[in-house]
Design a protein around this ligand. Structure first.
Ligand SMILES: Cc1cc2nc3c(=O)[nH]c(=O)nc-3n(C[C@H](O)[C@H](O)[C@H](O)COP(=O)(O)OP(=O)(O)OC[C@H]3O[C@@H](n4cnc5c(N)ncnc54)[C@H](O)[C@@H]3O)c2cc1C
Length: 322
């Protein structure tokens, strides 16, 4: 049986692996079969991860973090976890290929998924003018004309934030009223750089190597028209990847895994969670990495306590058997 199994190969899981491996816990990391390296492999340049003054390509950054985790003895398996048995002292992790691994502690770092528009161009243009994160990519759109898709609080927050850089921000919304709170709406309405496009959805995004515009479809009349744009930010929601732990771990109202205070401790002893799957708000590579550190340290302390408890129990058992 292992000490630790880590699920997820994004910044949270891999950073947890660096710490657990350096603590000689020989972690097994289940990296997934499809998205090894997590969300950052879907982007191009990352300019806000500390230590890279010239910026770094998302996939290169994740390759380096994985190499760092492997250097200290992390074993990486390229498969998906399909089911989990988390009750009791032995945790069981079943993979898509049928293998079952056991460990005394599990770190769950499966991230979250930004909701997509469902257009085929999304895969190609992600990181090339199409983004899901204003904090990450706003800086690339100085003096540009861009659009934000959505009508909730996060869409208003992203649109308002993006006016720091862009000359013009169109907010494209399917309805003729917003879901956002009144205060966020008012802030957006008062901003002279923001223009609302009501009753509209994006039917197509144009551009081969970079976004150049969109086709808008009127959701009432069905009429279509073009809009020239340098960038599109999609802000229609985010789903933490928690389906494997529904009914097993407590979740928050936002759908993230509930943890105790600033720790990574979930509602089940020996199960720790880290990264975007516990974070409804910040969702950055560096915050996910920090959260992975917390999880590794919590798991290490949990295992040390288990070891202390079993050492303390041994003389008593010896006395009983004497
Ligand atoms: C397009 C884009 C650009 C971004 N740019 C930036 C940026 O410039 N700077 C920045 O700081 N942040 C950026 N972010 C945000 C950043 O990528 C995330 O905050 C960060 O990756 C979260 O790390 P994580 O480890 O929690 O989750 P993730 O990176 O999402 O990793 C989760 C991992 O878990 C795996 N997984 C899920 N389910 C299973 C399963 N059942 N079995 C096995 N594995 C599983 C996934 O495949 C994935 O490998 C960007 C996000 C996107 C989408």
């Amino acid at each position: 049986m292992r000490d630790i199994i880590i699920i997820g190969s994004g910044p949270a899981g891999l950073t947890a692996a660096i710490y657990a491996a350096r603590a000689e816990l020989k972690p097994l990391l289940i990296a997934s079969s499809v998205e090894v390296g997590g969300e950052l492999v879907n982007t191009t340049e990352v300019e806000n991860f500390p230590g890279f003054p010239e910026g770094v390509m998302g996939p290169d950054l994740m390759t380096k973090i994985q190499a760092q985790a492997e250097r200290f003895g992390t074993e990486v398996v390229y498969d998906d976890v399909v089911s989990l048995d988390l009750e009791g002292p032995v945790k069981r992790v079943t993979l898509g290929g049928g293998e079952v691994h056991e460990a005394r502690a599990v770190i769950f770092a499966t991230g979250s998924a930004y909701r997509k528009l469902g257009l085929p161009e999304e895969e190609v243009l992600s990181g090339h003018g199409l983004s899901w994160c204003a904090t990450c990519d706003g800086f690339f759109f100085r003096q540009k004309t861009i659009a934000v898709v959505g009508g909730g609080d996060s869409a208003m927050e992203e649109a308002t934030f993006l006016t720091r850089f862009a000359d013009k921000v169109h907010v494209i919304h399917r309805r003729d009223e917003l879901k956002a709170s009144k205060i966020m709406q008012q802030r957006a309405f008062d901003n002279p750089k923001i223009e609302f496009v009501w009753n509209a959805e994006i039917a197509a995004i144009h551009g081969t190597s970079q976004v150049s515009g969109v086709t808008l479809r009127d959701t009432v009349t069905g009429e279509e028209r073009g809009l020239d744009l340098d960038g599109v930010f999609v802000a229609i929601g985010n789903d933490p990847r928690t389906h494997l732990v529904h009914g097993k771990l407590d979740l928050t109202a936002e759908g993230t895994i509930a943890v105790e205070g600033r720790s990574s401790k979930t509602s089940v002893p020996g199960v720790f969670a880290a990264g975007d799957v516990i974070d409804p708000h910040y969702r950055q590579a560096v915050t996910a990495a920090a959260s992975g550190t917390v999880a590794a340290l919590d798991a290490e302390a949990y295992l040390a306590d288990l070891d202390d408890a079993s050492t303390a129990a041994q003389p008593a058992l010896a006395t009983v058997s004497d």
